[in-house]
Write a protein that binds this ligand. Structure first.
Ligand code: HEC
Length: 122
């Protein structure tokens, strides 16, 4: 971010002759940059945050769900994006977490917490 503005400031400095034109472009760029950023933020799907309601409905403990989320975001997003619970069916999730366990280097207990968190979000 900063370096982009710095680069433009430099451009304006070295090409003082075109100052007005460049300044207008910078204003336009800023506008589109913020519009783009807003769209990106609005569209990026988020992993759900466990609530008491979900925990109760799934007969799980909210602390385990939070722990599952923490483990999932901490161990499963380094090689690929974090897949959302709704992307796969329960059986697929079970086999994926099994096959990913050695890759993510998580214990059986941690794998179970991750799976509980994912399946409770379906
Ligand atoms: C060391 C890298 C690595 C880590 C860590 C990792 N994965 Fe993966 N994952 C992969 C690779 C590579 C693939 C695709 C190839 C394959 O399926 O073997 C994949 C595929 C997947 C898929 C299938 C995606 C699709 O579109 O078919 C799922 C779901 C998944 N991983 C979940 C997880 C979960 C859950 C964890 C954490 C327990 C995890 N991954 C951790 C490397 C990793």
């Amino acid at each position: 971010m900063k370096s982009v503005w710095q680069a433009h400031r430099q451009t304006r400095g070295t090409h003082g002759f075109f100052r007005r034109g460049v300044r207008m472009n910078v204003e336009k760029m800023k506008k589109w940059y913020f519009i783009g950023l807003a769209v990106m933020l609005a569209c990026s799907p988020a992993l759900y945050i466990p609530t008491q309601e979900v925990a109760k409905r799934k007969n799980l403990n909210i602390n385990s769900l939070n722990e599952g989320r923490r483990l999932y975001t901490g161990h499963c997003g380094s090689c690929h994006r974090l897949h959302l619970p709704g992307e796969f069916g329960e059986q697929a999730w079970r086999s994926y977490t099994n096959s990913m366990q050695p890759r993510a280097k998580v214990t059986d207990e941690e794998k179970r917490l991750i799976l509980d968190y994912i399946l409770a979000g379906k």
